[in-house]
Design a binder for this molecule. Structure first.
Ligand code: DGI
Ligand code: FE
Ligand code: FE
Length: 192
């Protein structure tokens, strides 16, 4: 699907503010893809559709998680996590996106996971650092992203986990697994 068509399809699903965020993620993902030799067309498509399910009805999402046999523990965790796996499912079903790498990047874009692919990392970081983001520490992640995608992923995960802990929020296991996996791999390669 070309960019204009994809943007038209996703615009219908989003608020204006979320659409602007999506454009920011798309532009950032393309830049990161070029730096880190990731397929820029896949990065563009994954970015455009990553928040496709953000405004879906919670009950509809709950039913999809149950009926599609997605991990049940999602239902015990914050519904903010649901739009990523449900989005991957709906983007295939409703928008006809079939590329498994693109769908997987969308699926894991909120929590991360162990063994993230370069495309997964590009989307994860682009979502965190796009120009509209204003999290504490985002500037440092923007800088890191120019020299090490892995360090940028770890910093973004660390900030997200810290944010959740400060608010006494539970942390979804994949989020911890992703952080541990990335941290151990970077250590083994003695990058830190
Ligand atoms: O959809 P976006 O806002 O663009 O970004 P996102 O898909 O990364 O979602 C961010 C939200 O998800 C943010 O409010 C933090 C939350 N989040 C990420 N990991 C976890 C989490 N929330 C909980 N409760 N547990 C997590 O492990
Ligand atoms: Fe999201
Ligand atoms: Fe997003």
């Amino acid at each position: 699907m070309n960019r204009d068509k994809a943007l038209r399809v996703v615009k219908e699903q989003l608020t204006e503010r979320r659409y602007v965020h999506t454009i920011g993620v798309m532009e950032t993902a393309i830049k990161l893809a070029e730096i880190y030799k990731v397929d820029a067309e896949k990065a563009e498509l994954a970015a455009i559709f990553h928040d496709y399910a953000k405004f879906r009805d919670k009950e509809e999402m709950r039913q999809i998680i149950i009926n599609q046999k997605m991990p049940h523990d999602l239902l015990q965790h914050h519904d903010e996590l649901w739009h990523a796996p449900v989005g991957a499912y709906l983007v295939e079903k409703e928008a006809g996106i079939t590329d498994p790498e693109v769908l997987e990047a969308i699926r894991c874009h909120t929590s991360g996971k162990i063994n993230m692919s370069p495309l997964d990392k590009v989307l994860y970081v682009a979502d965190y650092i796009e120009p509209g983001r204003d999290f504490p520490g985002v500037e440092q992640v923007r800088e890191s992203a120019m020299t090490s995608l892995d360090i940028a992923v770890i910093q973004a995960m660390k900030n997200t986990i810290t944010f959740l802990l400060k608010r006494n929020q539970p942390v979804y296991p994949d989020t911890f697994h992703a952080y541990n996996d990335m941290t151990m791999k970077v250590k083994e390669r003695k990058l830190t």
